[in-house]
Design a binder for this molecule. Structure first.
Ligand code: IFM
Length: 457
């Protein structure tokens, strides 16, 4: 793996990452910061906004007292399933030309083998509405949530469970391939493994040594599921799709730093978190092999498994070695003082976005999409400057010749933030969960200005 990655790095430095010529402004016209055709989008996921799905693991989990910090559930969320025409009008109002959305398998197969064709027609309506608005849709096939019946059989921990999952993928694709040409197979497999199998904060709530062992199987099976999805998506698209198919993955990447850069133990722990969290999963897709910790290098695919690399970026973590945290693998997260933070206490660190873009491009040599980036900010006091500073990191990468194709702000709407519940407000658009009224936050109008001018200033 190491030598392969190095090769790509060289390529990135020489061929692919050619510096774009300095921008020469047209007299009387200010130069654009973003190339024409740049994808300005927003991102959402099904469970977090749709509402109405009682067959998912998250419906069960969020209904159990104590699991969701503010006691809310995902049952209604932003009722987007019913209100999508209004929400799609907002996309147009903001001038967005791209939208990332998800589907929940449990909505289409609430019990094994019982396929809901009405739900599929409804989804077709949603996708068609986006197509008519000329909004490019990026569809996420798995965004954490699972049918409760599949999780009860072991979910991602068992390889025997992959065929039913892939049957769902076929059902979905046969139904909508003519309306979608871009996919994310799995959202943040690294976060899923961590939250559901290492910390136990998400269903199925595993942790400890058993969780650690299971998390490896989960990662391995998700890699295999990605391969299975790529095969099926390509095959079905060749028959029904539009021919400009692109497939990617969305990885949550952390900007990581050792607490004491000259301390070998801090540097070692930081390197391990960087590898295990940021890279281990996508390295397998890059190599077409099951690499450690998921396997021993077994070949799993011939040819490319990714057309673009999706980055979900939010924050930085500072890592120290801590002899007294054996259960946390001797890792302690340090919290720097005097930094700006979101409502969830995450540090706002825009430089980190530039760094993860640069490093991902050097590692994989693939076009980059920022498939998520955003802030929990109920008062909307920080979101506009968050957007500007993070987009300026994107511009920096573009100016260095890195092909960043688009930016999807997380999120379009306030939504159900998993174990945090409905309290964390990530939306460009505020949602009143009692009346379901939508209102554009001032930062949304700032985003529109940037989109219209293609400029940050
Ligand atoms: O809300 C989540 C999303 O589901 C996955 N990425 C991070 C977001 C904010 O926590």
């Amino acid at each position: 793996m190491a030598s392969k990655a190095k090769k790509v790095t060289k390529k990135a430095q020489s061929g692919r990452a050619k510096k774009r010529p300095a921008r020469a402004p047209h007299p009387g016209k200010a130069a654009r910061d973003f190339p024409r055709g740049f994808l300005f989008g927003a991102a959402t996921s099904a469970t977090q906004i749709d509402g109405g799905d009682r067959a998912s693991d998250w419906y069960e989990f969020s209904g159990r007292p104590g699991n969701i910090r503010d006691g809310s559930s995902c049952l209604i969320a932003a009722d987007h399933w019913n209100r999508y025409p209004e929400d799609h009008r907002i996309l147009t109002k903001l001038g967005l030309n791209a939208y990332r959305m998800g589907v929940d398998w449990s909505r289409f197969e609430s019990r094994p083998g019982e396929w809901d064709h009405q739900a599929l027609d409804h989804l077709r309506g949603m996708l068609d509405s986006l197509r008519r608005k000329k909004i490019r849709t990026l569809l996420t096939i798995n965004h954490f949530t699972l049918p409760a019946w599949w999780l009860a059989r072991g979910g991602w921990t068992r390889r025997e469970n992959l065929p039913p999952f892939l049957r769902f993928v076929e059902f979905l694709l046969e139904g909508v391939a003519d309306l979608v040409d871009e996919y994310i197979t799995i959202n943040e497999p690294n976060v899923y493994g961590y939250m559901a199998y290492l910390t136990g904060q998400w269903p199925p709530g595993e942790s400890g040594l058993r969780g650690l062992r299971l998390s490896r199987a989960v990662g391995r099976n998700m890699v295999l599921a990605h391969c299975g999805m790529v095969e099926r998506i390509r095959k079905i698209h060749a028959r029904k799709g539009k021919g400009n198919l692109r497939i990617g993955l969305a990885m949550h990447l952390l900007a990581l730093e050792p607490y004491r850069p000259d301390n070998a133990m801090d540097v070692d722990r930081t390197g391990r978190v960087d590898f295990l969290f940021n890279h281990a999963f996508s390295d397998c897709l890059h190599a077409g092999r099951l690499l450690a910790p998921y396997g021993r290098g077994e070949k799993i695919f011939d040819g490319s498994l990714l057309d673009f690399f999706g980055i979900n970026y939010y924050s930085r973590r500072i890592i120290a070695f801590d002899l007294f945290s054996p259960r946390r693998f001797f890792i302690r997260e340090m919290e720097p003082d005097n930094v700006e933070r979101s409502d969830l206490h995450w540090e706002i660190y825009p430089e980190g976005l530039y760094r993860v873009i640069r490093d991902s491009y050097a590692r994989y040599g693939l076009p980059i999409r920022i498939t998520e980036n955003g802030i929990a900010d109920a008062s909307d006091e920080k979101r506009a400057s968050f957007l500007r500073s993070h987009l300026s990191s994107v511009v920096r990468a573009l100016e260095e010749g890195i092909p960043v194709e688009g930016y999807y702000h997380w999120s379009l709407l306030d939504n159900f933030e998993w174990a945090e519940g409905l309290t964390a407000r990530f939306g460009l658009v505020a949602v009143d969960y009692v009346t379901q009224e939508r209102s554009l936050r001032p930062s949304a109008l700032q985003y529109r200005k940037i989109i219209q001018s293609g400029r940050l200033t």
